[in-house]
Design a protein around this ligand. Sequence first.
Ligand code: FES
Length: 158
Amino acid sequence: MITTRESLNSILNKYPKNPEYLLPVLQDIQLEFHYLSEESLKSVSEKLGLPLTRVYSVATFYNAFSLQPKGKNIIQVCLGTACHIKGSPRLLDELVLVLGIKEGETTENGLFSVEAVRCLGCCSLAPAMMINGKTYGNVKPENITTILEEYKTKNHED
Ligand code: FES
């Protein structure tokens, strides 16, 4: 089994010791672990020969990076205009109710994180949401439990 340290090293080893690679390295780590841990930021700073403060400032500047651990399944609810008009805030309300977390939070079991986004690029399917990149269109609040069930089952089988 590959450890977190080994996965991190294999990302770091892909890049030369050059500060120019800061963004791609951080993107790879975010993609792999869904967040940037303190340990990973320190390792990036050592590997690229950059001050830790510089690595932190880039990591906190971009919205694409998170310094908090995220859930195994990332739920993105669209609050863009088209979805908003078709009632997407009610989807968010339902998720908050069913999962017991607010937008931007992760469930205690680490299974789900909920994020609100501005347009998923599929406005004709409004109201839309996405889970781990899979699009769900014309979603009604009463569909939420069934949709989440699929991910709970999947993760139990892992
Ligand atoms: S506004 Fe929701 S997908 Fe575009």
